[in-house]
Design a protein around this ligand. Structure first.
Ligand code: AMP
Ligand code: MG
Length: 329
């Protein structure tokens, strides 16, 4: 199969709709990462996502809808706090989990009685969702366990020959996947951290829990138990306090003639005089935005990436650290 990358316009949207209507897959941009979309009402199309990515069959997908879509068609109970959160943060990088009506096919939620819904703010994603007119089930558009894609070229590198069409909307600005928030309880609960932080949710909803996996208990967000986001080269991860140890390891590898890079923010880079750097930028939003791009660049140019965690560990950094640990830990 030939994989085309097309800018988003009337023609490419028409192509996309034809593919989606025919039960195929289309990669599309969002403000977080690129998604691999299928018609959420078509069981075999959704199953094709799992096959194409090599995704474990118990890791549920998010249903993406246009901003004018009435989600009560898909879910039953929408608590008052969820309405407030939707008003505050949607469209945007916040996925909300509700009790499902069972309208989307069971493969989307992998048999769970809940459904995760997201309203992306990216203009290309909105145009695509409006044009196709159905809820789109979509995980990130990468081979399972690999680094999530933030450009059309990243999608192509993973899925060339496996899908017909990649809609190119430029580089994703957010850079890490959406916050996943369970809205089925009395109080919202963060299942996966992202750009909408726990504090931001708590400010609107009054309170917000954060979920931690407990050994021996069923995982509430199945995706959390899998290895993820890994570049295809060796990696090491140091804390900010151990950054000079990272520098020592860097010099050992360099002395052996290996291709070694340090991935860190600007503050740490300033202490690493002559090291080759994969720069993450100066503040938490830059670090989130650059993380996957630098990991993908790193795997092309390096035998080993030595990552140094930023000093700041709260807010958006909770989500960044979660990815960094899974990628390089
Ligand atoms: P991805 O599509 O790879 O960004 O992953 C989607 C994330 O949403 C995974 O961590 C899933 O476990 C989570 N998710 C999707 N649907 C549900 C659901 N119904 N309940 C809980 N978590 C969900
Ligand atoms: Mg993913």
């Amino acid at each position: 199969m030939k994989t085309e990358i097309l800018r988003i316009d009337e023609n490419s949207l028409m192509r996309a709709k034809k593919i989606i209507d025919g039960g195929g897959l289309v990669a599309f941009p969002t403000e977080t990462v690129y998604g691999l979309g299928a018609n959420a009402l078509n069981q075999s199309a959704v199953e094709l996502i799992f096959v194409t990515k090599g995704r474990p069959s118990d890791n549920p997908l998010i249903a993406h809808v246009h901003k004018d879509y009435d989600i009560s068609e898909l879910v039953t109970e929408v608590p008052d706090y969820a309405k407030l959160l939707a008003k505050a943060f949607l469209p945007g990088p916040l996925t909300m989990v509700y009790k499902s009506r069972g309208v989307v096919c069971p493969a989307v939620s992998c048999g769970l009685d809940t459904l995760a819904i997201r309203v992306p703010s990216h203009s290309g994603a909105q145009a695509f969702l409006k044009y196709v007119g159905v809820p789109i089930a979509a995980p990130s558009a990468n081979i399972s366990k690999h680094v999530s894609p933030v450009t059309a070229q990243h999608v192509y590198d993973d899925l060339n020959g496996k899908i017909e069409l990649i809609l190119d909307g430029g580089k994703c600005s957010g850079g890490i996947e959406s916050t996943v928030l369970d809205c089925t309880g009395e109080v919202p609960c963060v299942l996966r951290s992202g750009l909408v932080t726990r504090d931001m949710v708590a400010q609107v909803a009054g309170e917000c829990d954060i979920y931690h996996i407990v050994e021996g208990q069923r995982v509430r967000s199945p995706g959390m138990k899998y290895k993820h986001y890994s570049p295809r080269c060796r990696t090491a991860l140091y804390s900010y306090d151990d950054r000079m140890k990272a520098y020592d390891e860097y010099r050992e590898h360099a002395a052996r003639g290996e291709r070694v890079y340090i991935m860190c923010d600007d503050m740490t880079a300033a202490d690493m005089a002559d090291a080759k750097i994969l720069p993450l930028g100066g503040d938490e939003n830059a670090v989130a935005s650059n993380l996957y791009d630098r990991l993908r660049e790193g795997e092309r140019v390096a035998d080993i990436i030595i990552a140094v965690a930023p000093q700041k560990q709260d807010g958006v950094m909770v989500g960044v650290m979660n990815r960094l640990t899974k990628a390089c830990g």
